[in-house]
Design a protein around this ligand. Structure first.
Ligand SMILES: NC(=O)c1ccc[n+]([C@@H]2O[C@H](COP(=O)([O-])OP(=O)(O)OC[C@H]3O[C@@H](n4cnc5c(N)ncnc54)[C@H](OP(=O)(O)O)[C@@H]3O)[C@@H](O)[C@H]2O)c1
Length: 343
């Protein structure tokens, strides 16, 4: 078999602000691969099917000397992230040909040789779910919501929760977990379409934070006992102002500052005055404790629609760069997923 194209998305330069297609990253079609003969060296050959585009990519687009909780992308090499691939050839007895591998370091290229599974797993799919869901509600974002909520919410029926970015894969799962726990849920998002989706999930009070004043909503509907923070910045300040005594703050993300710099929090003195409990969340720290429970319950609930999800699927590896920009700008309409190949 003659070598075929192996297109890739390469990290090309560290962005100042937003990551620009053709600048921060480049789509490269110069590499070829011979699927029959490419050496595996004890590893396995993957055909990439599904790739997730997430906000933490922005953190990885940094200079290598800057430390963070995830490694930086390597300049000139393919970027990577959560994804699903099918095994084409294997020299690893734990990874059979025809099986599907899900992991956090799937290369953004059409084909890839993986030396070892590492943090990836061989995954069985629920028969009624598409693979796309396994990078969203049934993958890392859903796990973030599930594990963070279980570990830190200390939720009691009748309490009030405020969820930001409530139409995304993390926030939408949190809204539903909070409703199932008997809470009143206030949820915000950045478009009317997203507001409607949050309403369909059962949130009691939904609003567009771009057209309504978050402080006014919280003054009327709060005080809040649980704040699920995906955005940080001024909305975090507003939540502190409208928090009840001993409220729990589940600090998951701070998207308001990823591209333009983080704004300082002004209300820190209220943290002690209100005896707030602030919990930082990192999904990969919490997942081992909840792994079995998550995969044992959530895919079936998604398949039966007991838990709902939404996704925005884009076709083609060549579109990854545009999707990255959309997720950083917040113009993605739901969980951003790129289908690289059907099977
Ligand atoms: N700690 C962890 O382990 C962990 C794991 C996964 C995700 N996270 C974090 O959880 C948050 C939600 O993730 P997700 O995957 O559910 O997000 P997502 O909805 O798929 O995409 C990002 C969304 O962020 C929102 N956003 C809010 N303020 C923004 C701003 N200033 N600029 C751009 N976008 C803004 C936008 O929605 P609106 O239109 O509603 O503004 C945008 O659609 C993110 O902060 C992410 O970094 C943390």
């Amino acid at each position: 078999m003659a070598p075929i194209q192996n297109a890739r998305v390469l990290f090309n330069s560290v962005p100042e602000k937003f990551p620009m297609p053709g600048g921060t990253t480049v789509y490269d079609t110069t590499q070829t691969i011979d699927l029959k003969t490419v050496p595996l060296d004890g590893g396995f050959l993957i055909k990439t099917l599904i790739l997730s585009v997430d906000q933490y990519f922005r953190n990885r687009m940094r200079k290598p000397e800057k430390k963070s909780f995830v490694p930086p992308f390597e300049l000139g090499a393919s970027i990577s992230g959560y994804g699903v691939g099918r095994v084409l050839r294997s020299e690893n007895s734990a990874v059979e040909v025809g099986k599907y591998v899900y992991g956090p370091e799937m290369l953004h290229q059409e084909y890839a040789v993986m030396k070892e599974l590492g943090p990836a797993t061989v995954l069985e799919k629920h028969p009624d779910l598409p693979w796309t869901v396994y990078v969203g509600a049934a993958g890392m974002p859903g796990q973030t919501a599930f594990t963070g909520w279980k570990e830190y919410s200390d939720a009691k029926p009748g309490e009030v929760a405020f969820v930001t970015t409530g139409a995304g894969p993390v926030g939408s799962m949190v809204i539903q977990l909070a409703k199932q726990a008997g809470l009143k849920v206030i949820a915000s998002a950045g478009s009317e379409e997203k507001v409607k989706f949050m309403q369909s999930l059962g949130a009691d009070v939904v609003f567009n934070y771009k057209t309504m004043d978050t402080r006014e909503v919280l003054a009327k509907e709060g005080p809040i006992d649980i704040f699920w923070d995906n955005v940080g910045g001024d909305i975090l300040d507003a939540a502190i102002e409208h928090a009840a005594i001993k409220a729990r703050f589940l600090e998951c993300g701070s998207s308001s500052g990823y591209n333009n710099g983080h704004t300082p929090i002004k209300n820190m003195s209220m943290v002690s005055q209100k005896t707030l409990h602030i919990h930082g969340i990192l999904v990969f720290q919490l997942l081992p404790k909840y792994y079995k429970e998550f995969y044992g319950t959530i895919p079936a609930k998604l398949a039966s629609e007991e838990i709902k999800y939404n996704e925005e699927v884009t076709n083609g590896l060549d579109k990854v760069e545009d999707v990255i920009l959309a997720v950083q700008k917040g113009t993605n309409r739901a969980k951003a997923v790129v289908v690289v190949a059907e099977e």
